[in-house]
Design a protein around this ligand. Sequence first.
Ligand SMILES: Nc1ncnc2c1ncn2[C@@H]1O[C@H](COP(=O)(O)OP(=O)(O)OP(=O)(O)O)[C@@H](O)[C@H]1O
Ligand SMILES: Cc1ncc(C[n+]2csc(CCOP(=O)(O)O)c2C)c(N)n1
Ligand SMILES: [Mg+2]
Length: 310
Amino acid sequence: MAEFQLIERYFSGLSRPDGPVALGVGDDCALLDPPPGQRLAMTMDTLIAGRHFLPDADPFSIGHKSLAVNLSDLAAMGASPAWALLSLSLPQVDDSWLSAFTSGFAALAEAHGVALVGGDTCQGSLSITLQLTGFLAPGQEMLRSAARPGDAIYVTGTLGDAALALQLASAGQEPGELAQRLDYPDPRVAEGRSLSRLGVKACIDISDGLVADLGHICRRSSCGARVYLDSLPLSSPVREYLAAGGDYQPVVAGGDDYELCFTVPPALAPQLRDMPVSCIGEITAGEGVELWDGSGKLLPLPRAWEHFSS
Ligand SMILES: Nc1ncnc2c1ncn2[C@@H]1O[C@H](COP(=O)(O)OP(=O)(O)OP(=O)(O)O)[C@@H](O)[C@H]1O
Ligand SMILES: Cc1ncc(C[n+]2csc(CCOP(=O)(O)O)c2C)c(N)n1
Ligand SMILES: [Mg+2]
């Protein structure tokens, strides 16, 4: 099967032309009608074999994750997802790989109302780039630059599960239930929309680890952050790993969490009472992220995930 047959077989069906998609997969461009009065929120992320997923990863999970990491960026802005463009580089045409990949992608796209409206396909080493567009009413955006001293810092979900799964898998051990968090991140789109509607102004999604991503909020907001290790929300396997003497590096710097980290002024905090979020510290007038343990000791910051750093 060659390029155009492949596009027809695997990607035309994901296009779902409807009202706002005037023209999807198949022409020189997609033609799209954004809803009046909404801004477009646009993001893009790449997944590369060996860099973002293990070479033997299930293609269904790669399809899921390539969309999930982009949905997570829209969630962090408070946007609603709408359209995707998919650029695929494949070493060869492998039918079973492509059908599993597109099924994983389609299942998550369906769950979030995302239409695939176009893309590009070429032969090369395995790499997936997804561009995702969403909508956002002006004034509802959550920015990295909007944290203020005195704000409380919150996160959704639990931290460190995916990084610990990767650490175990890389050491040839069985990650058990943690594997799900590495392979199938659950982007916090509904939570992002709710937070933005509540009036939360500062948010980021945690892809490179808490310390690095909260660090982006600090730099862009010209403030500091105090985080309390004992306040971090942890799953049972991560708790057990720490209790057995495991290092906190995967929890605060391993990355791949795809949880939201956001800050809230004291007046807004009571409105979060019924949400599944955890307060982990506060924004200060200082600079950079500080990590404190339960006995009041300042902890050294582990090195964060960063491309070109090793
Ligand atoms: N090659 C590039 N050209 C233009 N802008 C870029 C490029 N690479 C990154 N950016 C922009 O830089 C900013 C930070 O990008 P970065 O990839 O670090 O954020 P992110 O996508 O939220 O994080 P992650 O990729 O870890 O999920 C974003 O606004 C992004 O659009
Ligand atoms: C095989 C393998 N090695 C390492 C990792 C960890 N990892 C890769 S990229 C990244 C940050 C987000 O990426 P980006 O900044 O490119 O969006 C993290 C935490 C992984 N998932 N699989
Ligand atoms: Mg990125």
